[in-house]
Design a protein around this ligand. Structure first.
Ligand code: ATP
Length: 231
């Protein structure tokens, strides 16, 4: 098991947003965190990454506790969050943005990233600000790869993107997964989630209320209706 989250609580001021979140991600597994707006999905990712400090609970990564450590220390251990707003430096080129992620001894070098994302190679001398939304997302994922993630966390990676770009990103995520990187995915597009995931967890009001493998989830219309408002 690569990630073990147990009884995680988080607050924003007096607002008790995570109320005992618990779930696991296995080695090389792709798990989704689903749930309605405001359920606490982004806060869960941020709490694992150290961008939000949990008020209670435990996050174990490859058996070692992560909670309470600074975000850069957590990232150095191989836990990378690609946030919803991607964090691209607009005035740097694509290649400079990628190089910012590079860690010594990373198995993911520029050529490896360009093999997965050929569009980034074509655009390597363009400024980050000149990219389309889909290209920016690819750049954010590519930069995270160069940090040698063992667990890649993605927050709504295909939101607002055209269907043809969504397909491209889904194929690229399959390649990254096949290379052995575990992925924790927050995504509203259920079709994308069910194309990629081994397992799904549903958050509601700061707690995991359902977990199931992909086949069981696909067959369960009632749960989709009850917790996600689709079905
Ligand atoms: P969404 O899809 O809308 O982002 P989510 O499941 O990711 O939903 P979170 O972003 O984790 O939910 O938000 C959980 C709750 O915490 C929401 O009620 C939200 O309004 C609140 N919240 C999020 N960020 C902050 C913040 N920085 N300060 C105060 N409250 C916040």
């Amino acid at each position: 098991m690569i990630l073990d989250v147990d009884n995680l609580h988080a607050h924003y001021g007096k607002s008790h947003v995570l109320q005992g979140v618990g779930f696991t991600v296995g080695d090389g597994e792709l798990v989704t965190l689903l749930g309605r707006n405001g359920a606490g999905k982004t806060t869960t990712l941020k709490s694992i990454a150290g961008a939000v400090t949990p008020t209670q609970g435990r996050v174990a990564f490859a058996g070692k506790p992560l909670q309470g450590q600074a975000s850069h220390v957590i990232a150095r251990q191989g836990v990378c969050l690609v946030p919803e707003h991607r964090g691209i430096f607009k005035l740097l080129t694509v290649e400079e943005n990628l190089m910012l992620g590079l860690r010594k001894r990373s198995p993911w070098q520029l050529d490896d990233v360009y093999r997965i994302f050929p569009r980034l190679k074509e655009r390597r001398r363009n400024g980050g600000g000149q990219l389309s939304g889909g290209e920016q997302q690819m750049l954010a994922i590519g930069r995270a790869l160069m940090n040698d993630p063992k667990l890649l966390m993605l927050d709504e990676p295909v939101e607002g993107l055209a269907p043809v770009i969504v397909e491209e990103i889904v194929a690229q995520l399959k390649t990254i997964k096949a290379a052995g990187v575990a992925i924790l995915l927050v995504e509203q597009n259920l079709e994308v989630c069910t194309q990629l995931a081994d397992r799904h967890c549903i958050l509601e009001q700061g707690r995991i209320v359902y977990t199931a493998d992909n086949a069981s989830f696909l067959a369960d219309e009632e749960v989709k209706d009850r917790y996600l408002g689709v079905g």
